[in-house]
Design a protein around this ligand. Structure first.
Ligand code: AHG
Ligand code: MN
Ligand code: MN
Length: 325
């Protein structure tokens, strides 16, 4: 069978859109390249002491930063600055957004979580990279501004993630369905392996840190109880690895729901709207699923700060609706 590489796919889909200028395509190709470099460094993590372990710093969220978080952040930043199409970035690992002084003519900004689930690195469990792309609001020719980044998720022009698991896969959308590409390490190319992903309507599993049960809101407690109740139906499987990308990926392909509610220690939720929830919500909706914070659609939340957090219920539509009550 003739396979289609990520670059070929991006070029083909661009041809189908008469208004496309090729700039977004170039940007997506550069993100693909950055993730191959991150993938290469991650695969050595278990071997190299100098790479593995704490960087002895805390990130802007007050959490421990593993060295690979910093390495992945730098790789993405560099690849995006080298790309002619990106005028600035915001990252979970950077306090402020970064405006690229040499890219004032570029049209897009990219927000990313360079390494999601980084506590999984020490135990060689899956981690990921999540990205979100917006068209800038400020005029082309000047430096990008905060308002370019603080846009509602519904304004995203592209979003995706890379999962570094038993194999490496890049999944993305530009608002015209969701496609997944598996990295063939022998040729160093992402190849189309999961075209037009639609999440199964019937959920098989639920993903939540159930150790926090006592501090969940009542509706979430009730839902978790329902998932376990096997009197009327088969109980759902609980699957939770502690890396949103990995838990989300399983649910996207097999059907399920990922929940990170507000808890006593994280009253606003733990996950970040701009780097984690918005891009995943865009993908989930494109795959015919649903994403809310329990009150409104994630993609309709008006952001007020780069590092803002939100509760998130995301997955198969019926499960999300059941949880919303
Ligand atoms: P990150 O490694 O980028 O800080 O993200 C970790 C996030 C998310 O990926 C994961 O689902 C969640 O934190 C796990 O949180 P708990 O350990 O509280 O369950
Ligand atoms: Mn994360
Ligand atoms: Mn992270």
């Amino acid at each position: 069978m003739r396979f289609v590489t990520l670059d070929e796919f991006i070029a083909q889909t661009e041809q189908e859109l008469p208004e496309a200028t090729g700039e977004l395509s170039g940007l997506l190709r550069d993100i693909g390249l950055a993730s191959k470099i991150v993938n290469r460094d991650l695969s050595k993590a278990g071997l190299v002491d100098a790479i593995l372990g704490d960087a002895n710093t805390v990130n802007v969220q007050g959490e421990d930063v593993k060295k690979l978080d910093v390495i992945a952040n730098d790789i993405l930043k560099k690849c995006l600055q080298n790309s002619g199409e990106c005028c600035g970035i915001a990252s979970e690992e950077e306090e402020e957004f970064v405006a690229f002084k040499n890219r004032k003519k570029a049209k897009y900004v990219v927000l990313f979580d360079p390494l999601d689930g980084s506590s999984n690195i020490d135990v060689i469990a899956p981690v990921g990279t999540i990205f979100s792309v917006f068209k800038r609001k400020s005029p082309v020719g000047g430096l990008c501004t905060l308002e370019d980044f603080l846009q509602k998720g519904s304004e995203q022009v592209a979003a995706g993630y890379v999962i570094y698991g038993s194999s490496t896969m890049l999944v993305y959308t530009t608002g015209n369905g969701v496609n997944g590409f598996t990295l063939d390490p022998s040729i160093g190319e992402f190849c189309l392996s999961h075209p037009n992903i639609k999440t199964p309507e019937k959920a098989a599993s639920y993903s939540i840190n159930q150790g926090n049960y006592n501090s969940f809101p009542d509706n979430v407690k009730k839902f978790v109880d329902y998932c376990q109740d096997s009197t009327e139906k088969k109980a759902f499987s609980l699957r939770y690895i502690g890396s949103m990308v990995a838990d989300f990926h399983r649910n996207l392909l097999k059907g399920g729901i990922y929940i990170y509610p507000s808890t006593k220690s994280s009253p606003k939720g733990k996950l970040r709207l701009m780097y984690e929830c918005n891009p995943m919500a865009f993908l989930q909706e494109q795959a015919k699923g649903k994403a809310t914070n329990g009150k409104i659609r994630i993609l309709d939340i008006e952001p007020t700060a780069l590092h803002q957090r939100t509760a998130v219920y995301i997955g198969s539509e019926k499960m999300v609706e059941m949880l919303e009550g």
